[in-house]
Design a protein around this ligand. Structure first.
Ligand code: TYD
Length: 139
């Protein structure tokens, strides 16, 4: 079962260039899973929060393409806060973690990759249930 230290920042390659910088991420290389889905969160009013939930199967990789926000990850015992504020950092979150995204800066852009297609059955939205499932080794 994944523990808090399994959630980690991955520094992405970057080509610094006076014409504009370039970074990239590839399947099973910088992103440690096969990507099945991508989505993005945009037009977020400054200071907003989103995403208080866990996934049973879906692994995630989150990049702050622009602006900044904090991602709080929680393995049921420990919490860790990651601040994403550079477009060449990605945050890997294994399945089975509670996660919240907080403190969006105005007009920030969060790009997310997932290891699973969207499936509402994969979500756990009740923190007490999450804790219980973690304790019982269900996730
Ligand atoms: P959700 O993951 O619940 O966002 P948050 O936890 O930040 O509130 O997604 C919001 C809505 O978007 C929800 O009704 C499901 C839908 N959705 C999709 O249809 N496909 C997707 O890939 C995602 C991430 C969400």
């Amino acid at each position: 079962m994944a523990k808090i230290d399994d959630a980690k920042i991955v520094e992405l390659p970057k080509f610094l260039d006076a014409r504009g910088n370039l970074s990239f991420a590839e399947n099973n290389i910088q992103i440690p899973f096969e990507i099945k889905r991508t989505y993005w969160i945009y037009d977020v009013p400054g200071g907003e929060s989103r995403g208080g939930h866990a996934y049973q199967k879906n692994q995630e990789f989150i990049i702050a393409l622009s602006g900044a926000f904090d991602v709080i990850v929680d393995d049921g015992q420990k919490k860790k806060k990651f601040t994403l504020n550079r477009s060449y950092y990605g945050l890997y979150i294994p399945a089975g973690f509670w996660r919240e995204i907080e403190n969006f800066s105005t007009n920030s852009l969060a790009l997310e990759f997932g290891s699973e297609h969207f499936n509402k059955e994969d979500y756990i939205r009740d923190y007490k249930l999450f804790e219980k499932m973690k304790k019982n080794g269900k996730i």
